[in-house]
Design a binder for this molecule. Sequence first.
Ligand code: PBG
Length: 319
Amino acid sequence: MRRLVAETRLTVDDLVAPLFVREGISEPAPIESLPGVVQHTRESLRREVAELAALGVPGVILFGVPADKDDQGSGAWDPDGIVQLALGDLRAEVGGDVVLMADLCLDEYTSHGHCGLIGSNGDVDNDATLELYRRVAVAQADAGADVCAPSGMMDGQVGAIRGALDGAGATDVAILAYAAKYASSLYGPFRDAVGVEISGGNGVAGDRRGYQQDWHNARESLVEVRADVTEGADMVMVKPALSYLDVIAATRETVDVPLAAYHVSGEYAMVHAAAQRGWVDLDAVALEQISAIRRAGADFVLTYFARHLAELLTVGGQR
Ligand code: PBG
C-alpha cells in the first residue's frame, strides 16, 4: 500500500555523480573529508564511469584538479587540461550512455582560488571573467561535453556561454546553470577535494560572498533563476539542497525547465561523520535526504551518494 500511494519516488534515473579527476597522479587519492570519494586518475575515472553506466546512473559531472594553478586559471580552457582530456576518455569509453557534464568555473585552476579573474581593485572582475568562461565552454564542448554547468555565479554567464557555444557550432551542448548558488559553509570538503584556498588578499582568507548569494534571501534566487532561463539555460540548479528546500520548491513553481539540486560535500560529509559514530543509519538517512530533495521539486540530484544509492536502488527497486 505504501508503495502504491507514494507521492515521491527515488530511482537511479534521478542521480548525477560528481567526480574529481586529478592531473599527474598514478593512483586514485582518497579525500579524507569525503569518505568513499577519491581524486581519480584518468584511468580510474574511466573505470568508475563505466561502472556507473552499468548501474544505470544517467549522468556525471566532472571537476578537474590541475597540477599547476595560475592567476587566470588557464588550465580550465587548455585543450590538454585535465577535464578536457578526461572528457575525451569518457566519450570513447561510454559513448552516449552517460550524460557528460562539465562544471564550468575557474576556482579549481586559479592560484587565488576565486571563481573569476581578479581586477586591479582586488575584487573579482565580472565581465573580464565572462571572456574566460567563453573559452572554457568552447574547450569543454570540443572535448565532448554534453552539458556545460557554469558554477561561478558571475552575472551574464549563461548568455555569454550560450553565445560562445553557438558561435563555435556547439549548438547541441546544453547549459545546466547553477542559478541559485549560495555562499554556503557547506562546501569545505569540496575545497579539500580540489585544493582550493580562497584568498582575501594580503594573506588573509577570503570568501565568495561578493558573487554567491546571501542565505538570508530566497526571493533573490528567483531573480537569478529567471535571468538564467532568459539567457538560455536549459536546466537550472539550486545549491546546496537541504537548507534550501524552500528555494527548490519556489523555483519549481517559477520555471518549467528541468530543475536540479546539489546535495553538496558538507551535507554528505555530515551524514558520514554521524554514521561513523553510530549516531545515524547511513543508508536510511541518505535515502531520506535525497528523497526529500526530490519531494521539494528537484527532477534530479547531484550527490556523492549517487553510486551507493544506485547500488541500493538496483537491489531494492525504487524507494
Ligand atoms: C565552484 C564549485 C564549488 C562547488 C561546486 N562548484 C565550490 C565553491 O563554490 O566554492 C561545491 C560543491 C560541493 O561542496 O560539493 N567551482
